[in-house]
Design a protein around this ligand. Structure first.
Ligand code: GUN
Ligand code: ZN
Length: 434
């Protein structure tokens, strides 16, 4: 034990495994009076406060956090930083929304100053909402990725981003070519991948905006390093799926387009995946690929209902995504609220423990980072959130009637938002305080 240790005394909750595949209560840990000990950015102890305080030296700094709950930092497995300032754009479904709002907005990111300003605003929003790691879309402009990595590096965050690859079916001002997308992505990989806590995701926007040649280039880029990510969209909207079937008549399904181009890997994250058949689910499972469930976006854009139980039954990795600006909130709590409603509409009812799993360890597993983030286990990076159990009069009153951690979590996800985030820590440093 050394002077540099700090102990946070609060209720603690984290999941250790997927509750969907474990007997009730065996996949999580809860300490009503817990202690989280952090040293040099790493968690060293997580457990019951009274027992741990007996072991720890008497001079250790203890930060008392009454009426709080510490959980791992939230992990957003699908979000677009360039769409921050177009969130809540009225009245379209996916393909028209892209044409009328998204593409004109993304055009502005050829300007590095604009990109830097929006990246900074975006990261502030994430941290304010307790999200400590995200898998992020840039735009087609390499400048957008440089700006994002610069801002994330300044804040010493664990973040993943990539340059959009798009060589057809988009305005000229936003398209690259198979060759230029290779050259520019490769340069960014060499400059940023695995620098500090940053990593790169090869990012073809979605099948309709890439030629088969460009999808082959994406697979070639993945070979540049063993731990690169593949990040794209999949089977989000019915018209989109019909368009993909026309563009790729040789493919068995939308997912099969990516499969035929060798893009299903253990580090592939597909956003949405609403329209998938059993064979698709089997391929996702066999290849260790992951799907990002983005309920606020799926409801806002009228895309459809994600089937959690079906993907769970095929043991496909699932993480939560806000998908801002198709999504309507940066808050993972609000995202879990909408996820619950999406499952209710399908007679499924995702439970609160499972919900928090998806927002933390489920996301970490999708990103193959569960040895580093997603739990409060010793040796993990100290990326955690201090949730306020009394952030509004209504929440305080409702919490007074809560009888279990499960009920407390449910109240947070139904009634909570950024006001519930008392503080956010990344690598042991406080990066947001309300
Ligand atoms: N599919 C292709 N591009 C996008 C995008 O920017 N947002 C969403 N939600 N879906 C997409
Ligand atoms: Zn998206």
């Amino acid at each position: 034990m050394t002077d540099t240790q700090t102990a946070y005394r609060s209720a603690l909750f984290h999941t250790l495994d997927n509750p969907a595949h474990q007997p009730a209560g065996e996949a999580h840990q809860y300490f009503a009076d817990g202690l989280l000990v952090v040293e040099n950015g790493t968690i060293t102890h997580c457990g019951d406060a009274e027992s741990l305080l007996k072991e720890l030296p008497p001079h250790i700094k203890v930060v008392e956090l009454p009426n709080s709950l510490i959980t791992p930092g939230f992990i957003d497995t699908h979000i677009h930083y360039p769409q921050t300032e177009m969130i809540a754009s009225y009245g379209e479904q996916l393909l028209d929304w892209l044409e009328n709002y998204t593409f004109p907005t993304e055009k502005q990111f050829s300007d590095p100053e604009h990109a830097q300003r929006v990246a900074s605003l975006f990261l502030d929003e994430l941290l304010k909402n307790g999200t400590t790691t995200a898998l992020v879309f840039g735009t087609v402009h390499p400048e957008s990725v440089d700006a994002f990595f610069n801002e994330a590096q300044k804040r010493q965050l664990r973040m993943i981003v990539g340059k959009v690859m798009m060589d057809r079916n988009a305005p000229d001002y936003l398209t690259d070519s198979a060759q230029s997308s290779y050259d520019e992505s490769k340069q960014l990989i060499e400059k940023w991948h695995n620098k500090d806590r940053l990593a790169y995701a090869v990012t073809p926007r979605f099948a309709p905006t890439s030629t088969p040649e460009q999808l082959d280039v994406a697979a070639k880029l993945l070979k540049l390093a063993p731990d690169l990510y593949l990040h794209t969209h999949l089977a989000e909207n019915k018209n989109e799926c019909e368009w993909v079937a026309e563009l790729f008549p040789e493919s068995r399904s939308y997912l099969d387009v990516y499969d035929q181009h060798q893009l299903l890997t253990e580090r592939s994250v597909f956003a949405h995946g609403i329209y998938l058949n059993d064979e698709d689910c089997c391929r996702l499972h066999q290849t260790g690929s992951s799907v990002a469930f983005c309920p606020t976006s799926n409801l806002f854009l009228g895309s459809g209902l994600f089937n959690v139980k079906k993907l769970e039954s095929h043991k496909v990795n699932i993480g939560m995504g806000t998908d801002v600006g198709g999504g309507t909130s940066f808050s993972m709590l609000q995202t879990l609220q909408e996820a619950y409603k999406v499952t209710q509409l399908q007679q499924q009812r995702i439970d609160p423990i499972q919900s928090f799993y998806l927002a933390t360890l489920g996301g970490a597993r999708s990103l193959r980072l569960s040895d580093k983030i997603g739990t409060l286990l010793p040796k993990s990076e100290a990326d955690f959130v201090v949730l306020d159990l009394e952030s509004t009069p209504l929440i305080k009153a409702r919490m007074a009637n809560a009888n279990s951690i499960s009920e407390q979590l449910f109240i947070l996800m139904m009634l909570g938002d950024d006001r519930s985030i008392k503080a956010t820590y990344s690598g042991g440093r406080c990066v947001h305080q309300r």
